[in-house]
Design a protein around this ligand. Structure first.
Ligand code: ADP
Ligand code: MG
Length: 519
């Protein structure tokens, strides 16, 4: 009988392993920057084209590699960082699995140029096969170019997100690493540069001013960094950066501890922005739960929770008079359509509109008053419904990538809703069996209100009804900026006069109207 079992060729093994290490452009950028840091780089340049799917380039001025090491570095389980299992306990570098370069090169057209100071070496590989090796002139350091990502793994390529989403995630990765390494300078797409700085300055450059400094130590644990004032609380965790022993970690536990310390100073569904560095003995935390080291598991969750809560509470019990009486200080809930602009913007900023003749005057409840030739009274909920209707139905306007995907629980049999969401331009995918992750939303449908929208939409009504019902029931305080942004967006709609079910959206108020009102 013919033998059925065969050993897989090395290139296939690498491609399979690649699934764990390299999910998307952001994870590749992360691995490559971490290699540069491990190599002692002081300057790291990142370039991406088309969200990284066409090109990812990382250049550094680290120690570089000699020709033999360079060739070895592309092989699986080839690492300079550990020699034996014992070394894992005293690890100071970021990587150690020796998997990243093998994995990345197996799913791309890959180029490595590196030099230890003298003549360097250039290696080209395609789908994990080395196709050329030649000497090259280069200063000390390493350049890696990853082109045509997943070109040889069509199934993976198909599931990649949009270039905008990928670019936003890459920018986030660079920012996060830069927060933890202020001594290193970073640039993204050559646009802006973060020069080498001290910690407060680096944090300030990336996240802006955070009012409260945190400094707390207890039982061998140390927490320091900055938290923003309660009035800056956001509708999601985008503004929260946590580092445990200098690695960026996502920890719902710590996020919750901080939120509880803010107590009634912030609304129930808002999240205070922070940049926090937690230092704890390495053996108290397991950060290798996931190959990308994103989440941490603590030996004693309760202890960590109380420690964080106490550290942050202390900030508010300090001498700052505003916070001495938490009850008298209730900041308004801050809802905003727009997230604060990230330091590394990957999309060009929208052009400033010159001489827009309309002037926003004031918002009263859900009505906006605009001054043009006459006064214009705008029903914001009707305008909102029109704008939403057109962006979902006709798909005008751009969607905005969410940096944290929004996760929505679904019921059995609702999996096909993913395709339908994508059809109306809401970028989403199934993760696990009962969860949909939303990656991008149209403008004017914000993440905080999406669950409400989703409930109404999935009942299967017509889009005009959904848009109207959703906007009518929206308990939303429009700020003047939001209201005016909505009014301006309305001007680009196909129908600027009526909401989706035919009611007028706005009316001009002329002098005779005033007379009628007064008489
Ligand atoms: P790991 O980082 O886990 O060791 P990688 O596949 O990421 O595995 O890298 C393999 C090896 O290649 C590293 O151990 C290091 O010796 C070398 N290397 C990778 N990137 C660089 C770089 N930018 N500069 C110098 N050496 C590098
Ligand atoms: Mg590595």
């Amino acid at each position: 009988m013919k033998q059925k079992i065969q050993k897989l060729p090395e290139s296939v093994v690498n491609q399979i392993a690649a699934g764990e290490v390299v999910e998307n452009p952001a994870s590749i950028v992360k691995e490559l920057i971490e290699n540069s840091l491990d190599a002692g780089a002081k300057r790291i340049g990142v370039t991406i084209v088309a969200g990284g799917q066409q090109l990812i380039r990382i250049e550094d001025d680290g120690c570089g590699m000699g020709p033999e090491d360079a060739l070895l570095s592309l092989e699986r389980h080839a690492t300079s960082k550990i020699r034996a299992v014992e070394d894992l306990l005293s690890l100071s570098t970021m990587g150690f699995r020796g998997e990243a370069l093998a994995a990345i090169s197996s799913v791309s057209q890959f180029e490595l140029k590196t030099s230890e100071g003298g003549v360097g070496v250039q290696i080209l590989s395609e789908g994990g096969q080395i196709v050329a090796v030649s000497p090259v002139a280069r200063n000390q350091g390493t350049t890696i170019e990853v082109r045509s990502l997943f070109y040889n793994v069509p199934a993976r390529k198909k599931f990649q997100k949009s270039a905008t989403t990928n670019a936003a995630q890459v920018a986030r990765v660079v920012e996060v690493i830069a927060l933890a390494h202020p001594e290193v300078s970073f640039s993204l797409n050559g646009k802006k540069e973060l020069a080498s700085a001290d910690w407060p300055q680096r944090i300030q450059e990336i996240v802006g001013e955070h009012e409260h400094e945190v400094q707390f130590e207890r039982n061998g644990m140390k927490l320091w960094g900055f938290v923003a004032a309660p009035s800056k609380a956001m509708i999601n965790r985008t503004g929260q950066y946590l580092f445990i022993n200098r690695r960026s970690i996502f920890s719902p536990l710590i996020s919750k501890a901080v939120k509880e310390a803010f107590a009634t100073r912030i609304g129930e569904h808002s999240y205070p922005p922070y940049v926090l560095f937690l230092e704890i003995p390495a053996e108290w935390v397991d950060v290798n739960v996931h190959p990308q080291k994103k989440e941490a598991r603590f030996r004693d969750e309760g202890q960590i929770f109380r420690f964080i809560q106490d550290a942050i509470s202390k900030v508010f019990i300090g001498p700052d008079p505003i916070f001495s009486d938490p009850i008298s200080f209730v900041p308004p809930p801050s809802f905003s359509f727009a997230e604060p602009l990230p330091f590394f913007q990957t999309e060009p900023a929208p052009e400033l509109e010159i001489a827009f003749p309309d002037r926003p005057l004031t918002v009263m409840g859900s009505y906006l008053l605009v001054q043009k030739e006459h006064l214009i009274l705008v029903d914001l909920r009707a305008a909102h419904a029109r704008v939403l209707f057109e962006s979902l139905k006709i798909q005008t306007g751009k969607s905005q990538a969410l940096i944290w995907p929004l996760e929505i629980e679904i019921r059995y049999g609702e999996e096909t809703l993913v395709q339908e969401l994508n059809r109306i331009g809401i970028e989403s995918r199934l993760i696990g069996q009962r969860t949909i992750a939303i990656d991008a939303l149209p403008a004017f449908l914000d993440a905080a209100h999406f669950p409400q929208f989703f409930e109404q939409w999935k009942e299967g009504k017509r889009m005009d009804q959904v848009a109207i019902n959703f906007c009518r029931r929206l308990k939303k305080n429009y700020s003047l900026e939001e209201a005016f942004a909505l009014w301006k967006r309305l001007q680009t709609c196909e129908d600027r006069l009526y909401d989706p079910i035919g009611n007028a959206i706005w009316k001009e108020l002329k002098e005779e109207n005033f007379e009628q009102i007064l008489k």
